[in-house]
Write a protein that binds this ligand. Structure first.
Ligand SMILES: *Cc1c(COP(=O)(O)O)cnc(C)c1O
Length: 440
C-alpha cells in the first residue's frame, strides 16, 4: 500500500460520514476505495478488481464508462454544463422530456425534473395533493401507501415509507398517511375496503409497482398492479408509480407498469435514468393533472416547487445517451435469455439450508437468509463474497443481486456461483474452497 492510498483511507475515516452506516463499525476497518471502473467492473486504489453486483446501488445500466455516454457527456460539456429551468429552458432537457414521453405508458404527457428518487416521489405527492386543493369541491388530503414500502429518505418520502428500521425514529416529524398491510392480495383487499369507505378523502395511492425493492425484493402476484389501477380509477384516486428502482429495464420491460398495461397518473423515475452516471430524476404526469394547475396567476395555484439543478444539461445528455443505447444495443431483447438463465440458476440457492426464500423479477433478485433482523447475515455474506472479487450490498438478511443489464451470461454465472459459495462458507460452516478467480 502506497503512502497515498493509506492517506486516502485515513482521510475517509476522518472526514466522511457515510450513508446508512454505523460509523463506529465503519472506522474499525479500512474502507474499500473505488478509483476507476470499466464495464461491470470496479477497480480500487490498491488495484483490486471487483464485479459490480448491485450496479453501484441499482443505478448502472449499460456498464461503467460506456463509450456512447462518455462521448455524449464530453460533447455536452463543451457546450453547456448547467443553466436553470426556472425562467429558462435548455436543449438536452427538452429533448429528454420528449424522449421520456415517447417511451412511457401512453397518457403521460408532462415531465417535471428533479435530482433523485426521493424528490421524484415527493413531487408526485405534492402535485397529487395540490391538484385536489386547486380544483376540487372535494379537497382530498390523504395519501395511501403499502406498510413496508420505501420511497426515499427525505421527510416527505419517509412519510409514505414503512420500513421501521429506517423510518420509526422520525415519526413525529412526518405527515400522517394510511398504510395498507401486506404486499399482494392482502394489500389489495385492504385498498378496496378503504376506497369503498373513504375515497372522498383520499388523494393518491403511492406504490412501487411489481417489486418492493428496499423491503427485500418482494415480488407482487401477477395482476395486483392492474387491479390497483382499476380500483383507483373507479374511486377517482391518483395512482403514483414509484419506478425509481424498477424503471429502465430492471424488470425486463422498460417500465414495470408495462407488464400489466397500466398507465399511472404519476411515474417517478431516477436511479437508472442516466445509466448510473449523474443524479437526475423525473416525475411524469398526465394532461389532466397539468391542467389542474392552470389558473390566473393571482389565484396562487402554481406548482411552487423547483430544485436549483433541475433539468441539468449534463445529466439530461447522459440520460439521452443511456436511452439511445437501449435501442442501439437492443438491451431489452438481449436481456430475455439472461433473465431466464438467472431464474434457472437462482433455484440452486434452495439447496442451502440457510436460504429460506429466493425472489426475483427480471434483473432484480433477493436471496433471503434464515435469521433475526439483527443478525446481519446479509452483510456477512456480502463481506465474504468480496474475496471472489464481487461487490454486493444486502438489505438486512436479504442478499440483493442486481447487476448491470450489460452483464454477460458467463459473468452472471460467476456472480451466482461466488454468491452461493459465500453463503455456504459463512453460514453453513464449510470454509473449504476459498479461491479467487482472476480476471482483467
Ligand atoms: C432508491 C429508491 C428511492 C429513493 O431514491 P434516491 O435517489 O435514493 O433518493 C425511491 N423509491 C424507490 C423505489 C427506490 O428504490
Amino acid at each position: 500500500m502506497s503512502q497515498y492510498t493509506r492517506r486516502l483511507k485515513q482521510w475517509d475515516k476522518e472526514y466522511i460520514w457515510h450513508p446508512f452506516t454505523q460509523m463506529r463499525d465503519w472506522v474499525k476497518d479500512d474502507p474499500l476505495v473505488i478509483d476507476s471502473a470499466k464495464g461491470i467492473y470496479l477497480k480500487d486504489i490498491d488495484g483490486n478488481i471487483y464485479m459490480d453486483g448491485v450496479s453501484s446501488l441499482w443505478v448502472n445500466v449499460h456498464g461503467h464508462r460506456h463509450a456512447h455516454v462518455d462521448a455524449a457527456l464530453k460533447k455536452q460539456i463543451d457546450k453547456l454544463s448547467h443553466s436553470t429551468l426556472l425562467g429558462l429552458s435548455n436543449t438536452p432537457s427538452i429533448e429528454l422530456a420528449k424522449r421520456l414521453i415517447d417511451l412511457a405508458p401512453k397518457g403521460l404527457k408532462k415531465v417535471f425534473y428533479s435530482d433523485n428518487g426521493s424528490t421524484a416521489v415527493e413531487i408526485a405527492i405534492k402535485m397529487a395533493y395540490q391538484y385536489w386543493q386547486n380544483t376540487g369541491k372535494n379537497k382530498k388530503t390523504n395519501i395511501v401507501h403499502l406498510s413496508n414500502s420505501y420511497h426515499g429518505d427525505t421527510l416527505g418520502s419517509v412519510s409514505v415509507g414503512g420500513i421501521d428500521l429506517f423510518h420509526k425514529v422520525y415519526r413525529r416529524l412526518i405527515f400522517k398517511t394510511i398504510a395498507l398491510e401486506g404486499h399482494g392480495w392482502e394489500a389489495l383487499e385492504g385498498l378496496e375496503k378503504l376506497l369503498e369507505a373513504r375515497s372522498d378523502s383520499i388523494a393518491a395511492l403511492v406504490v412501487e409497482p411489481l417489486v418492493q425493492g428496499a423491503a427485500g425484493m418482494l415480488v407482487w402476484p401477477q395482476g395486483t398492479l392492474k387491479r390497483m389501477r382499476e380500483l383507483t380509477q373507479k374511486y377517482n384516486v391518483f395512482l403514483i408509480a414509484d419506478e425509481v428502482a424498477t424503471g429502465f429495464g430492471r424488470t425486463g420491460k422498460m417500465f414495470a407498469c408495462q407488464h400489466e398495461g397500466v398507465v399511472p397518473d404519476f411515474l417517478c423515475l431516477a436511479k437508472g435514468l442516466t445509466g448510473g452516471y449523474l443524479p437526475l430524476a423525473a416525475t411524469l404526469t398526465t394532461q389532466k393533472i397539468y391542467e389542474g394547475f392552470l389558473f390566473d396567476y393571482k389565484e396562487q395555484k402554481t406548482f411552487f416547487h423547483g430544485h436549483t439543478y433541475t433539468g441539468n444539461p449534463l445529466a439530461c445528455a447522459a440520460a439521452l445517451a443511456n436511452l439511445e443505447i437501449f435501442q442501439k444495443e437492443r438491451t431489452l431483447k438481449k436481456l430475455v435469455p439472461k433473465i431466464e438463465f438467472l431464474a434457472k440458476k437462482l433455484k440452486m440457492f434452495y439447496n442451502l439450508p440457510s436460504v429460506i426464500d429466493v425472489r426475483h423479477k427480471g434483473f432484480m433478485a433477493g436471496i433471503e437468509l434464515k435469521g433475526r433482523p439483527d443478525d446481519r447475515l446479509g452483510a456477512k455474506a456480502c463481506q465474504a463474497v468480496r474475496k471472489y472479487g464481487v461487490i454486493l450490498r444486502p438489505l438486512g438478511n436479504v442478499i440483493v443481486l442486481m447487476p448491470p443489464l450489460s452483464i454477460s451470461k458467463e459473468e452472471l454465472d460467476f456472480l451466482l456461483t461466488a454468491t452461493y459459495r459465500a453463503i455456504e462458507e459463512t453460514l453453513n460452516g464449510s470454509g473449504a474452497h476459498i479461491y479467487r478467480v482472476s480476471r482483467s
